[in-house]
Design a protein around this ligand. Sequence first.
Ligand SMILES: Nc1ncnc2c1ncn2[C@@H]1O[C@H](COP(=O)(O)OP(=O)(O)OP(=O)(O)O)[C@@H](O)[C@H]1O
Length: 279
Amino acid sequence: MSLVATGLSRTFGRHLAVADAGLELRPGRICGLVGPNGAGKTTLLLLLAGLLAPDDGTIVIDGSPASPEDTRRLIGWMPDVFGTWESLTAHEILTTFGRLYGLRTASARQRADELLELVHLSEFAARPAHELSRGQKQRLGFARALVHSPQFLLLDEPASGMDPRSRMDLRSQLRRLADDGCAVLVSSHILSELDEMVDDVVLMTGGRTHRPPPAAGHVWRIRLAGQSMSDAEQRHFDDEPAAAGYLRELIRSGAAVAEFAPTSSGIEDAYLALDPERR
Ligand SMILES: Nc1ncnc2c1ncn2[C@@H]1O[C@H](COP(=O)(O)OP(=O)(O)OP(=O)(O)O)[C@@H](O)[C@H]1O
């Protein structure tokens, strides 16, 4: 299933948080949502999840206008902070959400078991949520977003608070979900990590969405064996074939190249090219 949002706008009082924003989510693809603090990312995600009413704009799923009920049924939503019933156990929370999504009690319990295993929280199944660490709560929040096997997954800063192994797990789980046909939208400030994960990028500033401009090349770091990072050469190449040609010549000349890589990711470059709009 694909989702196309166009012209979404939302004000809070006199403040325009999202202005004429649009994006497309397609099955099998992971899209990154990137922008400075206050750009409107969370507000846009809430509009897409059907949890906040837009002042204007449309959300179309597979060619038909989607109601908030449709989107809530089809979309899994992971907020940046896990807010839930703190005194319920991890297992009870997932089972309750399964029931709310219409699963029978036995199926909801089984789904909770599966999801706790997926996010490596089985040993915390009987712990109340308030006893979980921040990273464990994030993982439980990810599991909660998956309870009803959604077609679309919206994640707001999912990796914040997660340890490195959990982040790696999250990346591979998102890829697996996409491979199974899910369309994923993930907002993050960790651009290098996002670069390894996403197929498409949407930039956001001042409530508006933008496509990243075509890359105007990269600066590459060329470090010879035994050289420190600060002594390594930095050289700009317009594209990968130009970089590869230079590397070929270096090797041919006998240089002992230990490292040859772009110093920044494509998303970082696109982000830094935005007008910094901090609020
Ligand atoms: N409930 C609200 N009431 C009033 N203003 C709000 C509300 N929610 C968000 N805003 C404002 O809307 C703008 C966009 O906020 P939003 O949380 O969507 O940004 P964001 O891009 O997710 O930021 P961050 O990267 O810091 O999480 C901000 O200026 C914020 O102050």
